[in-house]
Write a protein that binds this ligand. Sequence first.
Ligand SMILES: [Zn+2]
Length: 314
Amino acid sequence: MRGKKHASRCLVCGGKVNISVKGLFDARFGAEGRYNVGECASCGLLQLAPLPSQGALKKLYQRYYNFGGSGKGAYTGARRLFFDSVLSRLWSFIDGDISFYDRKGSGRLLDVGCNEGRGLARYEKNGFQAEGLELNEKAASTASAAGFTVHTALLGEFRPAEPFDVVVLSNVLEHVLDPIELLEDASRVLKPGGELWISCPNAASWQRAFFSKAWINWHVPFHTAHFSGKNIRKLLDAAGFEVKKIKNESPALWFASSVVSKLFSRHGKPTTQMRNAMLMASLMLFTRGVLFPALWLGNLLGKGDCLVITARKK
Ligand SMILES: [Zn+2]
């Protein structure tokens, strides 16, 4: 552990972290405990305070985190049907493509945290030779069974035979205890000039202020850090990347999840309403159909709920 990882020190710049949001709890899986988020006095990064140890975090994932849609419930079935349909492309055109499912290209692509390989299928379809990294053995074996090359390794210990043209970190960076190290590892496995595609929640989102403690992207204790367009630019620069583009998106699913969290979440209890397909679909359609001007304006002002970043290895 580097000194900068001390609980009261910023994960990115080592600055002093002051508590800014107190008493958050897990609004999805019902993990026990109250958590605080602090703000770095120097760079404005928001992070869990204190930070959990790697060991404690691993135990929390094993106990609570449901990997992908390995279940056979109605929600999982509805999700799978949707993702396999043409509606899915139309939806991501309107709602924003935060998983890079619609980017066409060629070359070798690495999806870090590929889960059961839904993304790998899309990247292959779009022209890439896609490989994945996945620590969860069950999810990794599902992706392998579908014919994909999946490595059960951390990015830090992964030594590919050939470098990649693209590395995808889709909602990954906000989960780790050392974001700089993760970016340096991404750089190591990329070709010079290779691209890094990142999506992560936007700490400068208007929805964060609007939903306050119920904002779905606090996602304690699993989200360790919350980036803004400004500080992620600095972080990428420090890790040897040139930012080509930062786009804001505001997925209807995230807005709907914050609404459900506000209405139903209780400490120590899983919020089962988040897996109610009818409820979530209705809320998402309402969000897209009625609230689109607010989402559009928020994105335009850099206050959308999700940052979608394209960077190039220098
Ligand atoms: Zn900082």
